[in-house]
Design a protein around this ligand. Structure first.
Ligand SMILES: *Cc1c(COP(=O)(O)O)cnc(C)c1O
Length: 362
């Protein structure tokens, strides 16, 4: 029997994650120079990384012969959140902690619930643990919490929620979310993925961390990949009960976060100026891009993240025409949204380049 047939059936059923096209790849394909290319495809921070984090990385270069020590970052996050250090689980990107949760709670014969158009990693993590994904029809491109509650079966062990959601940018007001969480059976874990939390305006930002005190089945995940600008270093974390954290640590690779990422994340947490500048740039850029999309007659989904998803008549063609002009956005046909493209908010200049290129492409 062929080796391929010996692999796990549920692994063969997985469709691989499709990342945003790397700049160097487009440069090779189109014969463009790297400098001519604007990448607005992966929700990366257009300001790059915090200068404090950069300094920490350079200082960390002298210590790379040593295995990493997670203590400082765990302690810093524990202080900021008011939780004990044992309730902070670090990951090689928050993607890593999502996978840890799946490995702790999912297996063949179990299922996980998430919304149609929710983050692609949820079906991936569910399928790679051999569990059954239950995708619940979206409502206005966002989570339909009532339908999600009804979709929970006796074999359901996990519910995945992204708030704000990627790729749609939709946001669940915290009162609704809280009511949902209170209605989920106590033996079902809910993952609340807050990768874009820091981009929410203060009025919408509720301390969901306080909910952990009354909801032992809640896992909150956050990342340094977005507003902190450290996507390339791969660092994120989960906040949860001591019990769940302990289980996650049992399947976690002992040294899953590298020295440079740990040092950069510690420094980034303290760079309030950089976070504030990133937030302000995103607000202004969101207005600029949404204004441009309206002017060009493109429908968009109001977004609470650092990206916006908009509809065009022929997304494959428009994407090709953008690529030819050196502008990379994200087609989301893989999410079941073949008529939509997702653009990350860039600098003012990048946003303007995108809008000029889009106008030419339409
Ligand atoms: C970007 C993103 C993440 C973060 O992934 P990392 O592995 O931390 O880079 C997590 N969840 C959602 C919904 C995202 O969009």
């Amino acid at each position: 029997m062929a080796l391929h047939e010996q692999s796990l059936t549920y692994v063969r059923a997985i469709s691989p994650y499709q990342p945003g096209k790397p700049i160097t790849q487009l440069a090779r394909e189109m014969g463009l120079s790297v400098e001519q290319i604007v990448k607005l495809a992966s929700n990366e921070n257009p300001l790059g990384m915090s200068p404090k984090a950069r300094a920490a990385v350079l200082a960390g270069l002298s210590d790379l012969a040593r295995y990493p020590d997670q203590f400082a970052l765990q302690q810093s996050l524990a202080e900021r959140t008011g939780l004990g250090m044992e309730r902070v689980v670090l990951g090689n990107g928050s993607n890593d902690v999502l996978d840890l949760i799946a490995r702790v709670f999912l297996a063949p014969g179990r299922s996980a619930v998430f919304a149609q158009y929710a983050f692609a990693v949820y079906p991936l993590a569910t399928l790679s643990a051999g569990a059954e994904p239950i995708a619940v029809a979206a409502r206005d491109y966002g989570h339909d919490l009532l339908a999600m509650r009804q979709a929970i079966r006796p074999d359901t062990r996990l519910v995945w929620i992204a708030n704000p959601n990627n790729p749609t940018g939709t946001f669940l007001p915290h009162a609704q979310l809280r009511e949902f969480l209170q209605g989920v059976p106590a033996d079902v874990v809910v993952v609340l993925d807050e990768a874009y939390n820091e981009y929410l305006p203060p009025a919408e930002r509720v301390e969901t961390i306080a909910w952990l005190a009354e909801m032992p089945n809640l896992v909150i995940t956050r990342t340094f990949s977005k507003i902190y600008g450290l996507a390339g270093l791969r660092i994120g974390y989960a906040l949860t009960s001591g019990d769940i954290a302990d289980l996650m640590n049992r399947v976690r690779q002992p040294f899953n976060c590298n020295n440079l990422a740990l040092a950069a994340a510690c420094a980034a947490l303290d760079d309030h100026e950089f976070v504030a500048a990133s937030y302000a740039l995103n607000r202004a850029g969101m207005e600029q891009i949404v204004g441009g999309l309206k002017r060009l007659g493109c429908t968009h989904i109001p977004s609470h993240g650092n990206f916006v998803t908009f509809r065009v008549a022929d997304a494959v063609l428009v994407n090709q025409k953008l690529l030819k002009q050196g502008v990379i956005v994200r087609p989301i046909a893989g999410y079941g949204m073949p008529d939509w493209l997702r653009v990350t908010i860039g600098t003012e200049t990048e946003n303007a380049r995108f809008l000029v290129a889009l106008e030419a492409a339409l």
